[in-house]
Design a protein around this ligand. Structure first.
Ligand code: DHK
Length: 150
């Protein structure tokens, strides 16, 4: 089994399911976590959420030391945090930036991501189904990376 995949979630995503359901749907974060684990039953997954920027940075540092890939929904920090961008720059493995909504179809404040220039790939607008989709994609990225560097 490869090293764990980190799935990190930013501010307000702990309210998923009741938060603006017309944009984010009614699936809870716990249900999203279950969908991710079901998408990769053989793979260790570390699934976390925080409303604190420093905590997300600490988890990225942890992933630098012991993770194989990062799937991150930075939520509002996407558009504000150079600190998260700088932390992700140090991560040697694949990074998937994920948004439940299509941020590019929303108000202009949601258009400039600090994470996209660092990310290997970006998923936006698939709803919460984007999470298990990202997990499957990450498994492929990790196995390709492992094949390149056995
Ligand atoms: C979630 C948020 O909280 C917003 O701040 C982002 C993102 C969009 C999402 O679509 O998952 O802009």
């Amino acid at each position: 089994m490869s090293k764990p995949i980190y799935i990190l979630n930013g501010p307000n995503l702990n309210r998923l399911g009741t938060r603006e359901p017309e944009i984010y749907g009614r699936t809870t974060l716990a249900e999203v976590e279950a969908m991710c684990r079901a998408a990769a039953p053989e793979q260790e997954i570390i699934f976390r959420q925080s409303n604190r920027e420093y905590e997300i940075i600490d988890w990225i540092h942890e992933a630098i030391d012991r993770g194989s890939g990062i799937i991150i929904n930075p939520a509002a920090f996407t558009f504000t945090s150079m600190a998260i961008m700088d932390a992700l720059k140090m991560f040697p493995g694949p990074i998937i930036e994920l948004h439940i909504s299509n941020i590019h179809r929303r108000e202009p404040i949601y258009h400039k991501s600090y994470v996209s220039p660092i990310a290997t790939a970006v998923i936006a607008g698939l709803g919460t189904k984007g999470y298990p989709f990202a997990v499957k994609a990450m498994l492929t990225m990790i196995s390709k990376a492992n094949a390149r560097h056995p």
